[in-house]
Design a protein around this ligand. Structure first.
Ligand SMILES: [Fe+2]
Ligand SMILES: [Fe+2]
Length: 196
C-alpha cells in the first residue's frame, strides 16, 4: 500500500474514533447524563480544522488523478468535492448547536443538539464508508506507480498538522483519547497522520 493511501486510511480510523467519542457524549446528553462539554467542543474544533486543511486536500489530489486515469469512471460514486462541502456546512451548523448548548442547556437546545449531532455523525460515517469501499480501492486499481510517487511527494510536503494547528495544547484531550485508542487498537496514528 502506498504512503498516501495508508495515511488516508489511518486518518479515517482517527476520525471514526472521534465520531464514536462524540456519539457517546451525545448519548449521555440524550439520557440526561453529565456530558463532557469541553470534550465535545474540542472534538468539533478539531473536526472543523483538520479535515478541511489536511485530509480533504489529499483526497482531492488522488481524485484529480483518478479522473484522468479511470475509464468508465462513475462520478456518482465519487462526488467527493460536493460531499466535502456539504459536510463542512453541516459541521458549521452543528457547531452552532454546540455553542447554544453551552449557554442554554434547556430541553429544546439539548434536543436540537442531539438531532444535529446524529445527523452529522451519520453523514460523516457514510462519507468515509463510501471512500473506503469505492474511492480508495478505485484509486489503488487505476493509479500508476508514477502517479503515487508524485502524490506521495506532494503529500509529504504537507506540514505536521498538530504543529500547524497550534502548539499541540489545543487538542490535548483528543491526543490523549487517540493515544489510548491506539493502545487498544481502536485508533491508529503515525508520523504522517494527525494527531501525532
Ligand atoms: Fe473525504
Ligand atoms: Fe476521507
Amino acid at each position: 500500500m502506498n504512503q498516501t493511501i495508508k495515511t488516508l486510511r489511518i486518518e479515517h480510523r482517527n476520525i471514526a474514533y472521534l465520531l464514536d467519542l462524540l456519539e457517546r457524549q451525545t448519548d449521555s446528553i440524550e439520557k440526561s447524563g453529565d456530558p463532557d462539554l469541553s470534550l465535545i467542543v474540542e472534538i468539533v474544533d478539531y473536526l472543523r480544522s483538520f479535515p478541511d486543511m489536511y485530509h480533504h486536500p489529499k483526497e482531492d489530489l488522488v481524485l484529480r488523478r483518478l479522473r484522468e486515469r479511470a475509464t468508465g469512471f462513475d462520478e456518482k460514486f465519487f462526488k467527493l468535492d460536493d460531499d466535502h462541502e456539504h459536510l463542512s456546512d453541516e459541521l458549521h451548523s452543528f457547531s452552532k448547536k454546540v455553542s447554544a448548548l453551552l449557554t442554554d442547556p434547556s430541553p429544546m437546545t439539548r434536543s436540537d443538539f442531539i438531532l444535529s449531532a446524529r445527523s452529522f455523525i451519520n453523514r460523516e460515517r457514510e462519507h468515509m464508508a463510501m471512500e473506503e469501499r469505492f474511492f480508495l480501492p478505485a484509486a489503488e486499481r487505476w493509479l500508476t506507480d508514477e502517479d503515487w510517487n508524485e502524490i506521495d511527494k506532494v503529500v509529504g510536503r504537507f506540514p505536521d498538522p498538530m504543529a500547524a494547528l497550534d502548539s499541540g495544547q489545543r487538542f490535548i484531550r483528543i491526543n490523549k483519547h487517540l493515544e489510548s485508542g491506539r493502545n487498544t487498537g481502536a485508533a491508529y496514528s503515525d508520523e504522517t497522520s494527525a494527531p501525532v
